[in-house]
Design a protein around this ligand. Structure first.
Ligand code: DX5
Ligand code: ZN
Length: 217
């Protein structure tokens, strides 16, 4: 079963509450929250206080994607704000294993993200420590960019790595960046099970129908 995680990065920032309210009726599974610090990525979005303010709007899973340097500093704050999944970047943390343990110890699911140039082997020894692997198919920082097909090939490699360790059903494979009706099919075929979509959902004339298409219905 494919899950869809719309990114509110592409929603109207003046009405984020309604942007989140809409997601359940549209059939979304997760709310994808893109947190950017202006250092790890060349853009700034929002932090834990915004996540906390949105928490009362839905009971959907809050999938927070931290594009920040030294993410360990913010783990407690995102727990308090109501994040369910907390994903950090392997490139942003010299002690990723420790941070992933901290995330799990607080009762959240721990995710690890890979930029387009990062090889799958970079997380080979973290597979037991994660609940979700996020494969970036654009360079993080902005919505509405073009899907990088080369980066998507890692989906199949990582799926195989998980299978070899007997972790295939336990760890989710999420793809983020440039996902639309066509590229979603490529991601599903490679073996992804969670698809993030910002522009594709929030710019669609009929977001509910678009979410069904992304899912392959
Ligand atoms: C990019 C973010 C993505 C982004 C996806 O840095 O991590 O989640 O919002 O937006 P689209 O689907 O428009 O590429
Ligand atoms: Zn994201």
């Amino acid at each position: 079963m494919i899950k869809i995680a719309p990114s509110i990065l592409s929603a109207d920032y003046a009405s984020l509450g309604s942007a989140v309210d809409a997601l359940k009726p549209w059939g979304a599974d997760y709310v994808h929250l893109d947190v950017m610090d202006g250092a790890f990525v060349p853009n700034i979005t929002f932090g834990a206080p915004m996540v906390k303010a949105l928490r009362s709007h839905t009971d959907l899973v809050f999938d927070a994607h931290l594009m920040v340097d030294e993410p360990s500093k913010w783990v407690q704050d995102f727990k308090a704000a109501g994040a369910d999944i907390l994903t950090i970047h392997i490139e942003a943390d010299r002690h990723a294993h420790r941070t992933l343990q901290l995330i799990r110890s607080l009762g959240m699911k721990a995710g690890i993200a890979l930029n387009p140039q990062t090889p799958p082997e970079a997380i080979e020894y973290l597979l037991e420590a994660v609940d979700l692997i996020l494969i970036m198919t654009v360079n993080p920082g902005f919505g509405g960019q073009r899907f990088i097909p080369e980066a998507a090939k890692k989906i199949a490699v990582i799926r195989k790595m998980l299978q070899e360790k007997g972790l295939a059903g336990k760890v989710e494979i999420e793809v983020d960046g440039g996902v639309n009706a066509e590229t979603a099919r490529i991601c599903r075929e490679y073996g992804a099970n969670v698809l993030v979509a910002g522009n594709a959902v929030y710019s669609a004339p009929d977001p509910r129908e678009m979410i069904g298409r992304l899912r392959g219905e």
